[in-house]
Design a protein around this ligand. Structure first.
Ligand code: CP
Ligand code: NVA
Length: 308
């Protein structure tokens, strides 16, 4: 399988590919703002399979496909992995639709759909990664800090989860430093770190983990937040809340960061848990809604790149 023909995880895309996608996303955003739509997906259909809940991803893919002149086709959540072998589903879908957008639990499902089908598969979040979110974050960083992101520092305050994984991969590829502040035992998986470490080294940047959020924010240009309890982890709610309580992004923590430091959250946010209402409502520093807006354009860029 040629992994660069899909977006299964950001690990598969090199720096040029990531930068090119962000560039396309910025151009597509301007097109919409100028009231012009390009019909780059005219006549194409995109299968949409969602095993987990979503607001942003479903709406932005659907609107994005419409803006590009294509048509989304929604699959029943029971239609993959329950009634028949994934190989058969992948081969049939490849004969009907031009691409697949998949949100599911197991990363192996997106991998199998790509392996056995012959159409581009786009990971719209799995337990392991959320590459579309990271690309939208990359676009937001370029818009705020300029084209040269080299040496900027992202401090992810929270769980070493799917979003942290993809944001770390993005930082590695764009020459940004990445810091994770999490309670002991919630770090990113060793294999994820092992993949990114040589890239950080080559770029002359750093990956660091702290168990104290105060240490992590000191030299940050932007703080990243995500829920403590991801979809599918509901049984860990009580213990995670106890462990993560000191890892809340609030005004006290922000006061320890450089004055210019921004904050973003992939959303949905649980105000009063990982981030406070006061920080979310501080529009001088909160870039979450811009990042959410950029989901639309970053994903359109991915579709253009893979399907055009
Ligand atoms: N950030 C994100 O993927 O949001 P949804 O879960 O609402 O799609
Ligand atoms: N880590 C979160 C991200 C939601 C967009 C989850 O997987 O539920």
């Amino acid at each position: 399988m040629n992994r660069s023909k899909h977006l299964l995880c950001l690990r598969d895309w090199d720096t040029n590919c990531v930068l090119e996608t962000i560039g396309i996303a910025i151009r597509l955003k301007n097109e919409v703002r100028n009231g012009t739509y390009s019909e780059r997906l005219k006549g194409k259909t995109i299968g949409m399979f969602f095993e987990k809940n979503s607001l942003r991803t479903i709406v932005t893919f659907q609107v994005g496909i419409f803006q590009l002149g294509g048509m989304p086709v929604f699959l029943n959540p029971d239609s993959i992995g329950k009634r028949e072998d994934v190989k058969d589903v992948a081969r049939c879908l490849s004969r009907w639709v031009d691409g697949l957008v998949v949100r599911c639990f197991e990363q192996s499902l997106v991998e199998q759909l790509a392996e056995y089908g012959n159409i581009p598969v786009i990971n719209a979040l799995t337990d392991d990664s959320h590459p579309c979110q990271a690309l939208a974050f990359g676009q937001t960083c370029v818009e705020h800090f300029g084209d040269d992101l080299k040496g900027k520092t992202v401090a992810f305050i929270g769980d070493g989860n799917n979003v942290a994984n993809s944001v770390m991969n993005l930082c590695a590829k764009l020459g940004m430093n990445f810091t994770l502040a999490c309670p002991k035992g919630y770090e990113l998986k060793k294999e994820v770190i092992n993949v990114c470490s040589p890239i950080f080294e080559k770029m002359g940047t750093k990956y660091r983990t702290f168990n104290d959020p105060k240490e992590a924010v000191k030299d940050a240009d932007i703080l990243y937040s995500d829920v403590w309890v991801s979809m599918g982890q509901e049984d860990q709610k009580k213990s995670k809340r106890e462990h993560f309580l000191p890892f809340q992004i609030n005004d006290e923590l922000l006061a320890l960061a450089p004055k210019h430091c921004k904050v973003t959250h992939c959303l949905p946010a649980h105000r009063g848990e990982e981030i406070t209402d006061s920080v979310m409502e501080n529009m001088q520093i909160n870039l979450s809604y811009e990042e959410a807006e950029n989901r639309l354009h970053a994903q359109k860029a991915v579709l253009c790149k893979l399907l055009h």
